[in-house]
Design a protein around this ligand. Structure first.
Ligand SMILES: *Cc1c(COP(=O)(O)O)cnc(C)c1O
Length: 396
């Protein structure tokens, strides 16, 4: 059997294998539209943005999408247009932008714990975090790594407490709820990211999906400085417009996106099958009937592996395989949120943050690349005893 590279064995990859890489259209498929846009002089928020919004709405099965400069600006403006002042319940186990958007909207953050198998926000914890006076509040739930939240359970809590339900759907463009409907139509709004590590990318960009016509109309004003066109701004909006070149990238990508996503799901299944019998590695649970985008393919490292998460990451780095510890630290342990006293236990969040590791997954990866990553992991797992000695000596 081969030795792991960290113990002097052959290195699995000659060059670093990145965790994420966007799948992008060929230039030739976009050059006509880009050329026409440049010649027309209409290079932002024009006909390609309009068309991209319509095509994305059709794909998602929602009445409206509003294109934004990013998911973060989309979240900020949705919160602003909804008149939220707080408390806004967000999972601590999420990306920082969710909490930041709440803060920029001027509202207070309340952290909730996450489900240890699905990694999405725990409905009972969210309800407990919203205890007390919930007026002006909201729930902002994340479809973690592409796994859809329990939208029905959260919807019941939101309805009972009389607050809007919003989704940070940054990871979930193309995910499906257990009933087969696309993520995008639940709650008051779902906000997608189109940044480079997300399933569909326009370089930078975001999309707010909603079935609420009034909210969509307000967001179109909000992304234009709060200026409805008469230069009498109604409030301090943002410039959160999408450029035409980004929309061309989005439209061209969207045409092939279902095929990319099928490939991505097949590659994720390949990881899961290949690593199923490695002791101490568990995979995120997708609710029955639901579909994930696998924006991140994560393993949860348990004690049975015989190596810590950091040691596994170090061993893979020596094989030229890049990994990420998303989301560590969780929001409630970040400096920016040191002033937020947790109102519910966040034990599952702390354990998850300490144990998860994202492995490389690109929608256009060759399947044999995954087989080589998995072979490297199996070699590392089988050498856990020798590696423990190695790391012990290193520590001494
Ligand atoms: C990437 C990400 C965002 C931010 O998206 P941007 O388009 O970069 O603003 C928000 N939430 C989550 C969960 C993310 O992963």
């Amino acid at each position: 059997m081969d030795k792991p590279a960290i113990l002097g064995g052959p290195v699995a990859f000659a060059a670093l294998l990145p965790v994420a890489r966007p799948t992008l259209p060929e230039l030739a498929t976009m050059s006509g539209a880009l050329d026409a846009s440049l010649r027309s002089g209409m290079i932002t928020n024009g006909r390609h943005v309009r068309a991209f919004e319509e095509e994305a709405a059709a794909y998602l099965g929602v009445a409206h999408t509003v294109a934004m400069s990013s998911c973060t600006s989309g979240l900020m403006l949705v919160l602003r247009c909804t008149g939220v002042t707080g408390p806004v319940v967000v999972p601590s186990f999420t990306f920082m932008a969710g909490g930041h958007a709440v803060r920029w909207a001027g509202a207070a953050v309340r952290f909730a714990d996450s489900d240890p198998r699905r990694y999405t926000v725990d409905v009972r914890s969210a309800a407990a975090a919203l205890a007390g006076d919930a007026s002006g509040g909201a729930i902002l739930a994340t479809h973690t790594f592409g796994v859809p939240c329990d939208a029905a359970g959260l919807g019941a809590v939101a309805e009972e407490r009389g607050v809007p339900l919003l989704f940070d759907a940054a990871h979930a463009f193309g995910s499906r709820y257990p009933d087969g409907t696309m993520v995008g139509g639940a709650g008051l709004a779902e906000v997608f990211s189109l940044s480079p590590t997300k399933p569909l990318s326009t370089g930078e960009g975001g999309l707010v999906a909603t079935n609420d016509a009034a909210l969509a109309a307000e967001l179109r004003v909000a992304r234009e400085y709060g200026n409805p066109g008469d230069y009498d701004s109604r409030y301090a909006g943002l410039n959160a417009r999408m450029a035409e070149a980004a929309a061309v990238l989005g439209r061209t990508g969207l045409a092939d996106f279902p095929e990319w996503l099928d490939r991505r799901r097949a590659l994720a299944a390949r990881y899961r099958a290949n690593l199923a019998d490695v002791p101490g590695l568990a995979f995120q649970q997708v609710p029955p009937g639901a579909l994930s985008t696998y924006k991140d393919l994560t393993v949860r490292v348990g004690p049975e592996l015989g190596l810590t998460r950091a040691q596994l990451a170090g061993c893979l780095r020596a094989e030229n395989v890049d990994t990420r510890a998303y989301f560590d630290p969780p929001l409630h342990r970040q400096t920016a949120y040191r002033d937020v006293a947790p109102v519910v236990p966040l034990d599952h969040t702390d354990r998850l943050s300490a144990a998860v590791l994202t492995l490389p997954l690109h929608s256009h990866m060759r399947p044999d690349v995954i087989d080589r990553v998995c072979a490297a992991i199996r070699t590392i797992a089988a050498s856990a005893g020798d590696l423990a000695v190695h790391f012990g000596q290193e520590a001494a």
